[in-house]
Design a protein around this ligand. Sequence first.
Ligand SMILES: [Zn+2]
Length: 172
Amino acid sequence: MAPFAAGPRQSAVHPLVFHAQPSTIVFPTNQPPMKVTKEFVFDAAHYLPNYEGKCERLHGHTWKLHVTVNAPVETGSGLAFDFVQLKNLAMERVVNRLDHQVVNDVVSNPSAEMIALWVWHQLRDLPLFEIKVWETPTSFATCASADYAAYAPQTAPAEVKTREEHIRAGRE
Ligand SMILES: [Zn+2]
């Protein structure tokens, strides 16, 4: 019998769901980490100066970006990472800087791979798990934590702020 077929209301609800009261659900205090992702879409131009082919000429894309963090679920809030905070930080440090810009003015040699590394660097004070950058709907680059550790840029761009600096600046 299909669970949501027509019939008496009670028979359409799983008995565990029907009888459960939210206050009786007890979660373990030691929550596992969970991945939380925010998706962004923006338009920007770029060119690849060291590439032989049509991508060496200035052209535009509708880029897609996934920012994924990995953090333990906090029992009280039920959150691993606040979507709003993730959105605000990524918008300020990444999307607003690239949207309707020539990416080469911000990131040198801006392939999808180099942009993914730059995004990681911009957000490196977050518990990042993965950065994905789509140059077209079927072409994307992924930067994971081990990849970034291997890249290990030593010099931070001057404009990058830590989360604490960001919060402090917002209060001034
Ligand atoms: Zn391109």
